[in-house]
Write a protein that binds this ligand. Structure first.
Ligand code: GLV
Length: 309
């Protein structure tokens, strides 16, 4: 069996090693711009080049080395008509839960303020936020959203969840669809965005929707930058309507040097690290799914091109 491995960042060697360890009988193939690809059974990609995609019409499936599919679906009809499979969790769910729990607890327990105080030699216990009014809203209740919901429930926060189609999650007040978005957002103290980037979610977090949160709410975005209207967030933070944000993703990455987020102390930013792909877990998952497909069975995490994730 031959598998072509390709990443836009060129970091292929550790993936080759992992594939050889997990699937010793497989021949891995690399590809460079301008080359003709030898026939392959499967492709495993991240940020693919259009010229490679154009040569993948005969593979049995394309696997992605991550959870988000927007960087591939943007090619639209130029994408070959073969099954497209994204990663499902593969070690990312627990990282998301760690990242979000850290950001929520930092805000809830006022650690930022204590850090400031300590720099000024101030010993000054602040009033605690009341947990029963500290509602956490999680947008996106999929493989990565659910571990975040569970972590928040573990700490005893009231949790709301919003998803495209109705979901029943014990102990969580759930809302579905655009018509329920206003009710979901109303009065939330911390909004956590875990949504896939689709036509529907692009710019969803704008002045209007963020304005529905509780006054002094906090935003955490760990999915895709283009879901957030960045100038609107700046305006709301400057006016005090939003207290601050922890952002791991941006419309343009790396975040450009003159971007106002860099100099806004109420925004904590990280370089798209909230959930890194765990190479070993990812390759194990892909190997299992290849076996499943070879047995003629259906795999999970098949991308629905109409829905956009
Ligand atoms: C990372 O952003 C991913 O989609 O896996």
């Amino acid at each position: 069996m031959r598998i072509v491995l390709y990443r836009g960042d060129g970091v292929i060697e550790p993936w080759e090693r992992e594939f050889h360890a997990v699937m010793p009988d497989v021949q891995t193939v690399t590809w460079k711009e301008g080359e003709l690809l030898a026939p392959c059974d499967y492709a495993v990609l991240w940020n693919p080049a259009p010229a490679l995609l154009a040569q993948l019409g005969d593979v049995k499936a394309i696997f992605l080395m991550g959870a988000g599919v927007d960087a591939v679906l943007k090619f639209g009809d130029a994408l070959p008509d073969v099954p497209l499979v994204r990663l499902g969790d593969a070690g990312m769910g627990v990282q998301m839960a760690e990242y979000v729990a850290h950001a929520v607890l930092r805000y809830f327990r006022r650690f930022d303020e204590y850090e400031q105080q300590a720099r000024h030699g101030a010993w000054n216990p602040l009033p605690q936020h009341a947990k029963e009014h500290f509602t956490i809203g999680v947008m996106g209740l999929g493989r990565l959203g659910m571990p975040v919901v569970e972590a928040m429930r573990h700490f005893g926060f009231p949790v709301r969840g919003w998803s495209r189609s109705p979901k029943d999650v014990p102990g969580v007040q759930t809302f579905a669809g655009m018509e329920a978005l206003g009710d979901f957002l109303h009065g939330i103290r911390v909004l956590v965005c875990m949504l896939p980037l689709t036509q529907e979610t692009t710019n969803l977090l704008d002045r209007h929707n963020l304005g529905r949160l509780a006054s002094g709410a906090y935003l955490i975005n760990v999915s895709r930058g283009a879901i957030l209207n960045e100038p609107d967030l700046m305006t709301l933070i400057r006016s005090g309507q939003i207290a601050g944000a922890t952002l791991d993703v941006f419309r343009h990455e790396p975040l450009p040097a003159p971007h106002p987020f860099w100099n806004e102390p109420r925004i904590t930013l990280t370089p798209h690290i909230s959930a890194l792909t765990m190479r070993h877990d990812a390759v194990r998952q892909i190997a299992d799914k290849i076996q499943t497909l070879e047995n003629g069975e259906a795999v999970t995490e098949l991308v629905d091109r109409q829905l956009g994730y």
